[in-house]
Design a protein around this ligand. Structure first.
Ligand SMILES: [Zn+2]
Length: 446
């Protein structure tokens, strides 16, 4: 089953140019406002239960069909798309988030076992973090220092966790779940799903199984601890709702329309079902049918920024620029601080291809970039917006930062050098170009 899933998803991925970075590298993050909003809703009560500031840690989806989840620092929990698609309930997905939250709360970052892909991700994102931090502090050196630290943590990820850390993370994670009103037995269910992976050939084994050693002892310990805990009273309806939305949206993005449409029951009129159908019809492509689903959704939830965003995305990808701009404008009005929505709005305005819209796009894309440095699609659009405005140095800088984010350090160095040559020496943008140059040099020395 996992193998077939992998083939199906990969087959569809080739035709999917929007969610993945345009270069469609396997280790890219799947950045989507609606999916991340849903996952952060699931993570928030667990982060709070762990005593962590709920807004500091964001959940990111890795464009990978294998079962894996990991942390590299306290800022991000990475979950593979494949893992989310295998989860059968909000509680199961939350048990994975709780376990990773426990690694953050306990301060252990991975040391053993993971795949090189995870390490590359960590490096790329870490460098972006470093670049951003240096720019924010107005100190180019700070960025480079943090980037180096990020590479060290990338190396730790590569080596995975110790068994003791796993046991501790299971225990703490279960406590966080109970405190947040999530049934702790869900972790035992997830471990049972992973246990099936152990029978596979060594090369086939999913990375999560390798980094999170599974044993009868571990499963027994988790079940015993779960039995002893009484979850706090909580209404689970919300969690199940956001889980269904995230899973369906991801599934419909990654899988073929026929797969999606045959699996949604005809009488299912839930929001998730409508989202799934809208995406499947869009990919068919049948814009009329996709619009009918979106109209029904928006009639139910006219003020849901993430549904407005989905509507804008479908219109834009279908070449309908005017309705795309209208939907994104509404989404941005409803969620003015959501960088992925602002990025989509800017992209739609750029598609209009006139001077006024370009100027507006540049303003919005810069706002999005200031709030989110991990969106390579945004950086690509920003570079176009700068180039159209005749700001060639800033265009090169955006390109350099995009390559650094994607882990393509030679290209990053090339464009950062070009940017540094075009920008006024000592200006903040020039300093950011120096950050990228320094980070790429450290990457070479590694
Ligand atoms: Zn772990």
């Amino acid at each position: 089953m996992p193998t077939r899933l992998r083939q199906t998803a990969m087959g569809v991925l080739i035709g999917l140019t929007v969610m993945a970075a345009p270069l469609a590298r396997a280790e890219s993050l799947l950045r989507d406002a609606g999916v991340e909003h849903a996952l952060n809703n699931l993570a928030r009560p667990l982060l709070t239960a762990a005593g962590l500031p709920a807004n500091r840690t964001q959940v990111y989806v890795v464009n990978d069909t294998s079962l894996n989840a990991y942390v590299v620092n306290s800022r991000a929990i990475f979950i593979n798309a494949g893992l989310i698609l295998r989860m059968q309930s909000a509680a199961q997905l939350q048990s994975v988030i709780a376990h990773e939250t426990a690694h953050i709360a306990n301060g252990h970052f991975a040391r053993r076992g993971l795949n090189a892909q995870a390490a590359r991700n960590a490096t790329a994102v870490g460098i972006a973090l470093g670049v951003a931090a240096g720019a924010a502090a107005g100190n180019p050196g700070a960025g480079a220092g943090i980037a180096l630290g990020a590479q060290n943590s990338a190396r730790r990820v590569f080596y995975g966790h110790t068994r003791e850390e796993e046991t501790a993370a299971d225990k703490s994670g279960l406590r966080f779940m109970a405190r947040a009103g999530v049934d702790p037995h869900a972790l035992a269910e997830v471990l049972t799903i992973f246990e099936g992976q152990e029978d596979m050939l060594p090369g086939r084994k999913d990375p999560y199984a390798q980094s999170h050693p599974m044993s009868r002892d571990r499963l027994r310990a988790v079940a015993l601890t779960a039995d002893a805990l009484t979850p706090a009273d909580s209404d689970r309806e919300d969690a199940e709702y956001w889980f269904a939305r995230a899973k369906m949206k991801l599934s419909a993005y990654l899988r073929s329309p026929s797969y999606t449409l045959t699996r949604i029951k005809a009488k299912d009129q839930s929001d998730a079902a409508l989202i799934g159908r809208a995406l499947a019809y869009f990919k068919t492509p049948d814009l009329g049918a996709a619009r009918a689903q979106m109209d029904a959704l928006l009639a139910r939830h006219p003020d849901d920024a993430y549904l407005q965003e989905l509507s804008g995305w479908i219109e834009l990808e279908s070449g309908q620029v005017a309705p795309a701009i209208a939907a994104y404008a509404r989404a941005a009005e409803l969620a003015p601080k959501e960088p992925l929505i602002l990025a989509g709005y800017g992209r739609a305005l750029l598609a209009e291809n006139n001077r006024d819209a370009d100027a507006r796009a540049l303003e919005i894309l810069e706002k999005a970039r200031d709030r989110d440095r991990y969106d390579s699609r945004l950086l690509r659009d920003l570079s176009v917006a700068y180039a159209r405005a005749g700001k060639d140095g800033l265009a090169s800088l955006a390109t350099a930062e995009r390559y650094a984010l994607q882990g393509q350090m030679n290209d990053a160095a090339l464009h950062a050098q070009r940017a540094a040559g075009r920008l006024p020496t000592g200006s903040p943008a020039w300093a950011r170009a120096q950050d990228v140059i320094r980070a790429t040099e450290q990457n070479q020395r590694r």
